[in-house]
Design a protein around this ligand. Sequence first.
Ligand SMILES: *Cc1c(COP(=O)(O)O)cnc(C)c1O
Length: 416
Amino acid sequence: MKLESIQAAESKLLLQTYARNPVLFVGGHDVYLTDENGTDYLDLLSGIGVSALGYRHPAIESAIVGQATRLLHTSNLFYHEGTAELAMRLTEASGMDRVFLCNSGTEAWEAALKIARAHAGRLRSQGKQIGTRFLALEHGFHGRTIGSVATTHKERYREPFAPVMPDVEFVRFNDIDDLRAKFSSEVCGICIEVLQGEGGIHPVTREFYAAARELCDSTGALLLADEIQSGVGRTGKWFAYQHFGIQPDVTTLAKPIAGGIPMGAMLCTEEVAQAMSPGLHGTTFGGGPLACAAAIAVIDTIRKEGILEHVQQVGAYFHQALQGLAAKHDCITEVRGIGLMLGIEINSAKLAETVAAEMMQRHIILNRTSETVLRFLPPYILQREHVDLAVQALDEIFQATSVPATQLSAGGRSHV
Ligand SMILES: *Cc1c(COP(=O)(O)O)cnc(C)c1O
């Protein structure tokens, strides 16, 4: 089927949850996706932060093909060879003690919310005073299931499905006073995306994160770090919280972990893990042989090829190039991000939309999030020459579309 007939069929048959670009991809290699006409697109988005080792990486491909010829599924009623191997790698990389494997980001986040409630229940049974409330951050995003949307700030994602999970209060981003004012022994968990992705590439400050850690320690509440977008090497460390050197109690990961095969994980400390017992939580597909084999190959490849260092280096190069661009074009008001999780704030939502569309015309994929932010989540194997190409294209587009800032409506976060 060609693009037009697929579009026609999808518009009749699929739940209309996505506004797709009119492009049909049929293949990929390295940092490129290939459309039906054989045209390559430079991918600066990797799905949405998923295809971290690009396309058709030989180590990932052979792990998946090899596992597919042996065993695809066993259920969690039995052992298979991959789970413990993967858990060893994840606990070593994160400094956490125990792992729950599942199939997506939101499922990992639900596990984090549930273990925070169960942990608080366990503390109450020991006579401690602790409630069931969550604090979450403004502009935070944690997924689309009812618990996850309840902790997601954007009303548009939450309100149509009300009532969502109750007992969630939002704290102003990086506002320690607001955090302290809203925290009490009623709180069982503080939800933090260490580097907000969907919210527009906003890193929490070390001071804010440390204050959350300290408040949690004062009552037994849990610090829940959502690293579904920022984790597994995206920022040049295995987890973004490692830039602070302060461990959370629980962390979640998903997007890049299995090289494109769906997988999520919730990692926690030994103490927190005591809140779970057989039968209390579970999943049919989670931690299956295929996803485990792929994830082991992703982690081993990142290690073997020195990819964390590469992400730091090419990320710094990319950041610097974007700053150069911002110096030339007034419409870029800020450059943010760490490693290969970067964003530029544009002073007009309309202009940001135009630039993303123009880049697509030039066969370079990026994404606009939070209206005014152009987001870059390229494969970790991106090279400087790709950065040069992208920044050159952006420069030309900004040059051609530049409009005096006074004629444009103000950007920023006021839309939320
Ligand atoms: C993508 C994302 C999620 C949700 O993951 P899904 O796999 O889409 O359910 C949750 N939290 C963050 C920070 C994310 O970026």
